[in-house]
Write a protein that binds this ligand. Structure first.
Ligand SMILES: [Zn+2]
Length: 387
């Protein structure tokens, strides 16, 4: 890539990430000559990507005007395909959500899944009306293991039939737009990083705790998932070889221990051993478990075991990756301070003090539609920044 092209991408990335910038700020950030930077900025304005209100070429002593993204330079669609239904958004070029939809149908196989996703896109297209013409691409957050380069869904253990599917090719054929697909944990991790801008930590490890358990890692703004994209699968880290069987076929994976089913079996064991509990085990959910933790003795004891399991898994993360922040998402993160202080206690017992120095533990900042929005942003950056 030529030096000029590289500089153009750096400048565009800076403004896309922050939403705004001034010319002097960009000269300082790039460390390049003002004339070179200004030439690129003017190119980006001519290409219709940036706007700059009221720029004066003579010095007036006023503050430099802010460059921002031209909102209608391109719209992007994001799809968050989850075990419990599909969410979708259309965002403008600056990342603001313009339209959103959600849908949940009965699913038995791949065709049902595709019907649900297709219906969501059609609804969004209808809501967008004439503005649909501005949509330039679709980003797809996949609930399972993905071949990102081939836009291929390998397998999601939590969604029946969702395996060996050429998701990218299928969506492109249906809607005639470029498509990118990424594992949902990658999208979520990147969103947690972006939502903390401009005060981003150097690295974040995201742990999602819900019916399933997932992880993601970002360092200096770049996601890391290993040499074949299968890294950070913390849900399938074995922490008890004699533990319950996991959906992946192994025994004692983190997900089998502290996913919804794992917590449910721990509760059942506590009750079978004679402990009293007010939890309705017929309609067990992570939410009912969390609500019971304050008042129910069996739930409190199980919560301690769960925190010990989480801390054990994260001890490996802290020892190997030394992140500056661990972020907790998913239904179980509603345990809030009980979760944060319980996990910190286990880490303090297990890890080198040096690795814990400055380590922040925080709850996720993202809302329900942020994964769909993150997928749309990821697609925008794939096209505009060649990421
Ligand atoms: Zn497993």
């Amino acid at each position: 890539m030529s030096r000029k092209k590289e500089l153009r991408l750096r400048i565009l990335e800076y403004i896309l990430n922050r939403g705004r910038a001034t010319r002097p700020e960009l000269v300082e950030y790039t460390g390049c000559r003002a004339a070179t930077v200004f030439e690129i900025i003017d190119d980006l304005k001519i290409a219709g990507l940036l706007v700059e209100p009221g720029r004066r070429t003579v010095r007036t002593g006023r503050k430099a005007p802010e460059l921002t993204i031209h909102r209608t330079a391109g719209y992007w669609m994001g799809i968050d395909f989850r075990p419990e239904g599909t969410l979708g958004v259309i965002i403008d070029a600056a990342g603001e959500v313009l339209f959103k939809e959600e849908i949940c149908c009965a699913r038995r196989d791949l065709n049902d899944c595709r019907r649900e996703i297709g219906e969501l896109v059609r609804r969004l297209r209808k809501t967008a009306g004439k503005e649909w013409e501005l949509v330039s691409g679709i980003g797809f957050a996949d609930p399972g293991v993905v071949d990102v380069n081939q836009a291929f869904s390998r397998k999601a253990v939590n969604v029946p039939g969702w395996e060996n599917a050429a998701t990218g090719e299928w969506l492109e054929g249906e809607f005639h737009l470029p498509v990118g697909i990424w594992p949902e944990t990658m999208i979520k991790t990147r969103m947690e990083y972006m939502l903390r801008m401009p005060e981003t930590p150097q690295s974040i490890f995201l742990l999602t705790l819900g019916d399933g358990v997932g992880g993601g890692f970002i360092h200096n703004g770049k996601l890391f998932a290993g040499s074949s994209g299968c890294g950070m699968e913390i849900g399938h880290l074995v922490i008890d070889p004699s533990g319950p069987v996991c959906k992946c076929g192994n025994r004692g994976c983190v997900e089998a221990m502290i996913g919804r089913n794992g917590i449910r079996s721990k509760m059942q064991e506590a009750i079978d051993s004679g402990m009293k509990s007010s939890i309705d085990m017929e309609n067990f959910s992570i939410e009912t478990f969390i609500n019971a933790v304050q008042t129910d003795k069996a739930a409190r004891i199980v919560a301690d075991q769960v925190l010990a399991n989480i801390g054990q898994a994260l001890s490996a993360v802290v020892t190997l990756l030394n992140p500056s922040m661990i972020v907790f998402g998913g239904a179980l993160s509603k345990l809030d301070t009980v979760l944060l202080s319980g996990v910190r206690r286990v880490l303090e017992l297990n890890c080198f003090a040096g690795a814990l120095q400055g380590l922040k533990l925080e709850l996720a900042l993202s809302n329900e539609f942020d994964t769909a929005r993150g997928a749309a942003l990821r697609m925008r950056d794939k096209v505009w920044l060649n990421e």
